[in-house]
Design a protein around this ligand. Structure first.
Ligand SMILES: [Zn+2]
Length: 345
């Protein structure tokens, strides 16, 4: 099969577009013909060997965790998925046997991995996955739209619906609205929960797109002070929930924007992972800071259900042929996009 793979870590020159054997499946696995594979920051980190991803490869490695496509082969012990089904894959690999998995909290699995990191991913014509990781797609969803969803929407199910408990009468501050996570956060906060949203972004053009997605107010952080604008927009109260996936660059201003009793959720640290925490304010202001990684398997089924009804959608900025994975990575590193970048074999 055609695939884009790496044998060592570094710049985009480590990518090879060539032939690799098709994956062979076990009894609980399926093989999927890739219809689309969305890029994530993790792909860039794993390619570069930064942020804890440094490693040696024994075999050529294929990146890409967010995959949609059609099922071409089904292991004999798989139930509920059949050949020919259009599916989207949950990239999170879990053991199904630890006490968290058994309790249904598979987001805390003790032996978790990720398609595209600990196993070969979707920068290829075919990818294999456990059958339990596949969710059937409604006909109304394209492969590109579906592939654009799992890694950005699943953390929002954990962060906004479960841990953050955002309510319709509350206000959320969504940092960096133009990223995939930002576009998911706005839609979940607005279309699923019905909350008010203050988003931040870098340009007027991105601000307009954030408003079209559902943001009530947008702060252009290159021109305005986030903390001061939030205070103005909330009559001095601050926001109930912060959605942070960018890390240290905005921590201080965003943390100061929380109301008393507010909740600060973190699901990524793209700008840096160290920050100073004023511990006194944790108890005097009674705020909660928490992290989420992905979500659990049931979350993706719910996400696909709502996407099928048109309530939320994967936001695709641009698609690229598989052979142009290097160019797609360069666009991701440039930060000049709104939504997801998607490879199509
Ligand atoms: Zn487990």
């Amino acid at each position: 099969m055609k695939a884009v793979y790496i044998k060592s870590q570094g710049g985009v020159e480590v990518f090879t577009y060539g032939e690799l054997p098709e994956p062979t499946i076990g009894p609980t696995e399926i093989s999927v013909r890739v219809g689309a594979c969305a890029l994530n920051r993790l792909d860039v980190y794993t390619r570069m060997g930064v942020r804890g991803t440094k490693r040696e490869f024994k075999e050529p490695h294929i990146l890409g965790g967010d995959v949609a496509g059609d099922v071409v082969e089904v292991g004999k012990d798989v139930v509920g998925i059949k050949e020919g089904d259009r599916v989207v894959l949950n990239p999170r690999l879990t053991c199904g046997q630890c006490h968290y998995c058994l309790a249904g909290d598979d987001e805390f699995c003790r032996r978790a991995g990720m398609i595209g990191s600990s196993a070969n991913g979707g920068y290829a014509e075919y990818v294999k996955a456990p059958g339990v990781n596949a969710v059937p797609l409604p006909a109304s969803l394209s492969y590109a739209e579906a592939a654009a969803m799992p890694t950005v929407f699943m953390p929002m199910w954990s962060m906004l619906l479960r841990r953050g408990q955002l309510k319709p009468w509350e206000t959320a501050l969504v940092l960096s609205a133009s990223s995939g996570v930002g576009t998911a956060a706005i839609q979940v906060a607005k279309n699923v929960i019905g909350a008010r949203i203050i988003a931040t972004t870098s340009t007027a053009e991105k601000a307009q797109k954030a408003k079209e997605l559902g943001a009530d107010e947008v702060i252009i952080y290159t021109q305005e002070d986030i903390e001061q604008r939030v205070k103005e927009l909330t009559k001095g109260e601050g926001v109930d929930v912060v959605v942070d996936h960018v890390g240290s660059d905005f921590w201080e201003k965003a943390f100061a924007s929380l109301r008393i009793g507010g909740r600060y959720g973190i699901c990524g640290v793209t700008t840096g992972y160290r920050a100073q925490l004023q511990m006194g304010s944790l108890f005097t202001r009674q705020v909660t800071v928490f992290g989420v990684f992905m979500g659990n398997k049931e979350d993706l089924r719910q996400i696909v259900e709502l996407a099928g009804r048109g309530i939320i959608k994967g936001v695709v900025h641009q698609t690229f042929p598989l052979s142009e994975a290097a160019r797609a990575h360069q666009v991701m590193e440039s930060l000049s996009f709104f939504g997801k970048l998607v490879l199509v074999p």
